[in-house]
Design a protein around this ligand. Structure first.
Ligand code: FES
Length: 327
């Protein structure tokens, strides 16, 4: 392979007054072959051009997760990313992870991220739902999610975390799935109830970015969807998110389309809906007033038959590994 000159455009961040960060972009030129990793080139820059450039790294093998940064508009592991795959016209733009406080240059404060992980109680608990036997299929289910290396790529790209910093986030929820799936866990239902609280499983918008960027193919969003299903199967259905999903389900089954006129009431209740009066008026002003008289779409009979068929023989949504039937 022939080497070429790449321009690294790196966001430099310096802590300023309390809680503020001063940022500017700085360019460096490096000679490299296209299959050289971004991490190697950051080290080249730090060793030969600018010793003040700050970033994290440790294993160099896509195992420790510490080198996750924003490269070419996507959060990736610097040690797993080849410069030739991300350079545009020879330029590579690099900045720290998003949705996380920046300490300096490319290094973020990882404490809030791990506080979320600790918040889901990442350990087995004694309780009545503990099963005595761990089958190989149960192991597969748990093992898939434990591939997560806690790099934070998913949280950095999460569109919900961007607008709601209280959202537990895809990594912590995938971790929660690992414990809900473990036959040795004694408080599965209690976990599902806690995860259905605001800022939990029902806050995910299913944008799929966490699935796209995960360097270990953990697919956190799939874990979140499974947690929702498991919660509903266990009767954890009183949260606004669960009511919203059930209202969708019922409408489509009955008429083939949503009854948006009553959807908010069925999701948030009377008091919750009244609190959204401002938004309703805003929508009304824009002419977006749903009809209060639902009508069935063409072919709804066929749709109902599909529902009945699915209810008789449900599709297994647990697609990622051989299913261990949840307790
Ligand atoms: S340095 Fe450990 S994952 Fe990249």
């Amino acid at each position: 392979m022939t080497s070429q000159t790449y321009t690294f455009r790196i966001q430099r961040n310096m802590p300023g007054q309390v809680g503020t960060v001063q940022s500017h972009w700085q360019e460096y030129k490096v000679e490299a072959e296209p299959n050289t990793t971004i991490l190697t080139l950051l080290e080249t820059i730090k060793g030969g051009q600018d010793g003040t450039l700050t970033f994290r790294q440790s294993c160099r093998s896509a195992i420790c997760g510490s080198c996750a940064i924003n490269i070419g508009g996507r959060t990736r592991l610097a040690c797993k990313t080849h410069v030739g795959t991300v350079a545009k016209d020879g330029v590579v733009e690099i900045s720290p992870q998003k949705n996380q406080p920046v300490l300096r240059d490319l290094a973020i404060d990882i404490r809030p991220f791990f506080a979320r992980v600790h918040g889901i109680k990442p350990y087995l608990q004694e309780g009545p739902e503990r099963a005595g036997k761990v089958t190989s299929t149960a192991y597969d289910q748990v093992n898939h999610v434990t591939q997560c290396i806690m790099c934070g790529c998913c949280y950095s790209e999460c569109t919900m975390a961007e607008v709601n910093p209280k959202f537990i986030g895809p990594a912590a929820l995938a971790k929660a799935f690992r414990f809900v799936s473990d036959p040795r866990e004694g408080l599965k239902t209690e976990r599902l109830q806690a995860l259905a609280n605001p800022n939990g499983i029902w806050s995910c918008t299913r944008c799929t970015l966490c699935v796209d960027v995960c360097p270990k193919e953990v697919a956190p969003m799939e874990a979140i969807v499974k947690l929702r299903t498991r919660g509903l199967n266990k009767g954890v259905n009183t949260s606004a998110g669960a009511k919203h999903a059930l209202a969708f389900h019922e409408d489509i089954k009955q008429t083939g389309q949503l009854n948006e006129f009553t959807l908010m009431m069925r999701t948030l209740g009377i008091v919750g809906s009244l609190m959204e009066t401002g938004m309703a008026l805003h929508l009304a002003k824009k002419g977006k007033i749903p009809s209060p008289f639902p009508h069935s779409v063409t072919g709804v009979d066929e749709l109902r038959r599909m529902y009945e068929s699915l209810e008789r023989s449900p599709i297994d949504v647990e697609t990622k590994a051989k299913e261990a039937v949840p307790e």
